[in-house]
Design a protein around this ligand. Structure first.
Ligand SMILES: [Zn+2]
Length: 317
């Protein structure tokens, strides 16, 4: 389409602008807007959406999009349109929190409601104003508190087109995972649009490896949609990829002080020791063992764990 209309703003081919989606106000009266950076090439083509900070404390994704913006990557577009939203959940970001102030998770609140909870209003702004225009996208996340995720792209299990796109884009790990009700990926899927989820690192912590692989995946997403000029100087090699359609957690059988001996990015064998849990008052310790042959795609960095806590996320085939 030669004129793109987002939130009442008309954007012509070749134009670049920032749209501000109003979602509400703080109790102090300050306005909360979501900023969407729109880049249109002179030639028509697909519209890709890149989002981060839907969980406000997952900073790596925000940093990935910040670097892509500051390096002028999207100004290289030879065709199509890119919408970049580096910080979707402003409320969570300023409160160092995954959620919005009422405790609700934006990524469980899609498609959202304009008169609903804060999380629901944030979700609604994206669903109504942006998602209908999107052909495909990538949503950037990290593990939760103390949970490190090895750089990975997640696609909807059973969705052949999403799997193929993930394979073409590539990442150190590709994981087929079930759609979660209320998530951005779920709502987009129901609208016939593929959103890949990039996971890397843990919340509240910048991680160089996760940022590097996230930036590379973002650039390859543009390349596989033929949106960058041929011979683009920053072409990034497709990484060696491991694909898993199954994964499970190794959990703590006892509480105590936890120390891992294996971590994300390492292959493991069934029965192999992954770490220890020790009683804080003595020598008593219990090994944590792998339940199957596989590859560690996430691990827990907490030094103190309770029974049942998730310690290692193992991908396997
Ligand atoms: Zn997240």
């Amino acid at each position: 389409m030669s004129i793109l209309n987002i939130h009442g703003q008309q954007i012509k081919l070749g134009d670049t602008c920032v749209i501000k989606l109003r979602v509400g106000k703080l109790p102090s009266g300050n306005r909360i807007d979501i900023h969407g950076h729109v880049f249109r090439a002179r030639e028509e083509g697909p519209l890709l959406l890149f989002t981060a900070g839907i969980h406000g404390d997952e900073i790596n994704g925000i940093e990935i999009l910040r670097r892509a913006l500051s390096r002028g990557l999207f100004r290289q577009l030879q065709r199509g349109t890119v919408v970049v939203i580096p910080l979707l959940n402003v409320y969570g970001f300023i409160n160092f929190s995954r959620d919005v102030p009422d405790g609700k998770d934006v990524n469980r609140s899609f498609p959202g409601n304009a008169s609903g909870s804060l999380a629901s209003r944030v979700a609604r702004a994206l669903t109504k104003e942006v998602l209908p225009l999107v052909d495909a996208g990538m949503d950037f996340h990290t593990g939760g508190r103390n949970h490190y995720n090895y750089p990975q792209l997640r696609y909807s299990k059973g969705d052949a087109a999403a799997r193929e796109l993930a394979q073409r884009v590539g990442a150190p790990v590709l994981l087929g995972s079930s759609l979660i009700k209320g998530s951005l990926r779920h709502t987009a899927h129901k609208m016939g649009k593929t959103i890949l989820v990039y996971e890397g690192g843990e919340n509240q912590r910048l991680d160089g490896l996760a940022i590097q692989h996230g930036l590379a995946a973002l650039q390859r997403m543009l390349e596989v949609h033929d949106m960058l000029p041929s011979g683009f100087t920053q072409v990034i090699e497709h990484p060696h990829t491991r694909l898993f359609e199954r994964s499970s957690w190794v959990r703590a059988k006892v509480p105590g002080i936890f120390e891992w001996s294996k971590c994300s990015g390492q292959p493991v064998l069934k029965g192999e020791p992954l770490g220890w849990i020790r009683h804080p008052e003595g020598e008593k310790e219990q090994w944590v063992l792998s339940k199957q042959n596989g590859f560690i795609i996430g691990h827990n960095n907490s030094p103190v764990v309770n029974s049942g806590d998730a310690l290692f996320h193992i991908g396997y085939t």
